[in-house]
Design a protein around this ligand. Structure first.
Ligand SMILES: Nc1ncnc2c1ncn2[C@@H]1O[C@H](COP(=O)(O)OP(=O)(O)OP(=O)(O)O)[C@@H](O)[C@H]1O
Ligand SMILES: [Mg+2]
Length: 367
């Protein structure tokens, strides 16, 4: 009679196979997502696998079951299996997560969101340069790219590897003195955007809770553009010290900035101020400044909304090429044409530090 492997060994084989089952559309597996609730192999070699999956996608459970059954069938010595899958609406999962979230980032003093009412205004550019500048100014800083629609931080920092996992936790990348993690590292880029929505909260929870951020003074979060449900939920997931709203100088930007402000007020996150990006273009040939998109819109917007104006980032090809080349402009060597940006971002960083420190809870103050 052939010797039957013991239950423990079989359980380990089951875990190993489950680790090869990915969530549809994602590159991460169901074990590291935390979906597996129970694995048991009885004395006669029968396996029980129980999962709980927070998703709105009715087909996800069946797809995962299919994958699991195929995998389990490859295990020699397994007498049979039972796969129980509970598909829970993400709403419940979110509520649970929100309740637990004060512990999600225990080593982080301030989480600061960078947001915009609409896309393409330079939110990621501002988030990346602000984070690097905070780091250069001596603050321990991280950058979390939470943009479900188009994570751009991997490209802006020239990172095309997958993050390493150590003791079950993702290690952030280190570039220019800051720690970096992006949804782009765990999302399958070919996944249709509509599909990502329901999955994103789980993935983000992981990017915050399962990343070894270590001790940070600032974690800058690059939010998806817009002010819809996805953004709102994100701002509720972690206790945020404040938000920076990025806008362009046109007057119409006021409408979008106002929406951004309303969103943060709804969740009691203080708006630290407005940054005007793509402000006056300085001609590299003649040095003359042209207000491509009109002048002063950011300042007027800040005034109209009663929030601080944090600074203007000029429209400059160096900003764009820095982003494309994997090096934010403030990380350029001193002698390059970056000094103006270093000053602008130092001022913005300073305002962020002041804004967050002044709002610090009195109980945290050491007297
Ligand atoms: N001040 C600037 N000068 C020149 N180019 C800029 C400036 N700010 C941003 N850009 C360029 O504009 C493009 C859009 O910027 P970015 O990706 O930061 O915007 P975003 O608001 O994050 O966009 P999305 O909504 O797609 O996330 C990028 O190619 C970027 O390099
Ligand atoms: Mg972006």
């Amino acid at each position: 009679m052939a010797e039957t492997p013991d239950s423990d060994a079989l359980e380990q084989r089951v875990v190993a196979e489950l680790r090869r089952v990915t969530f549809p559309g994602m590159t991460r597996d169901i074990v590291s997502f935390g979906f597996v609730q129970r694995i048991e192999v009885s004395g006669d070699g029968e396996a029980l696998v129980r999962l709980r999956i927070p998703t709105h996608n009715p087909g996800a459970g069946d797809q995962i079951r299919d994958q699991i059954e195929k995998r389990l069938a490859t295990i020699d010595g397994l007498g049979g299996h039972r796969v129980e899958i509970e598909v829970a609406a993400p709403r419940q999962a979110q509520q649970k997560a929100i309740a637990q979230d004060s512990d999600l980032l225990p080593g982080v003093r301030h989480v600061v969101a960078v947001a915009s009412g609409k896309g393409g205004v330079g939110k990621s550019t501002v988030a990346a340069n602000l984070a690097v500048r905070l780091g250069q100014l001596g603050h321990r800083t991280g950058l979390l790219d939470a943009d479900i629609y188009g994570p751009s931080v991997p490209m802006m920092f020239g990172i095309d590897d997958k993050p390493r996992v150590e003791a079950g936790r993702l290690l952030p990348f280190e570039r220019y003195g800051i720690r970096i993690m992006s949804l782009g590292f765990v999302l399958d880029v070919d996944t249709p955007v509509i599909w990502r929505g329901p999955m994103v909260m789980k993935a983000l929870e992981q990017l915050m809770g399962d990343v070894r951020w270590g001790d940070l003074d600032y974690l800058i979060v690059d939010l998806p553009p817009g002010t819809g449900d996805a953004q709102l939920t994100l701002t509720q997931k972690v206790p945020m010290s404040g938000a920076v709203i990025v806008t362009t100088p046109q007057d119409v930007a006021l409408i979008d900035a106002r929406k951004g402000l309303a969103m943060f007020r709804k969740v009691n996150v203080p708006v630290l101020g407005i940054v005007e990006n793509m402000s006056g273009f300085v001609c590299p040939h003649c040095g003359e400044e042209t207000a491509v998109f009109k002048a002063g819109g950011g300042e007027r917007t800040a005034e109209a909304l009663g929030v601080e104006f944090l600074g203007k980032v000029p429209l400059d090809p160096a900003v764009m090429s820095g982003g494309d080349a994997g090096r934010p402009v403030v990380a350029e060597p001193e002698e390059q044409a970056a000094s103006v940006h270093r000053e602008v971002f130092a001022a913005i960083a300073e305002a962020v530090v002041q804004g967050t420190e002044s709002r610090k809870k009195p109980s945290l103050r050491i007297l």
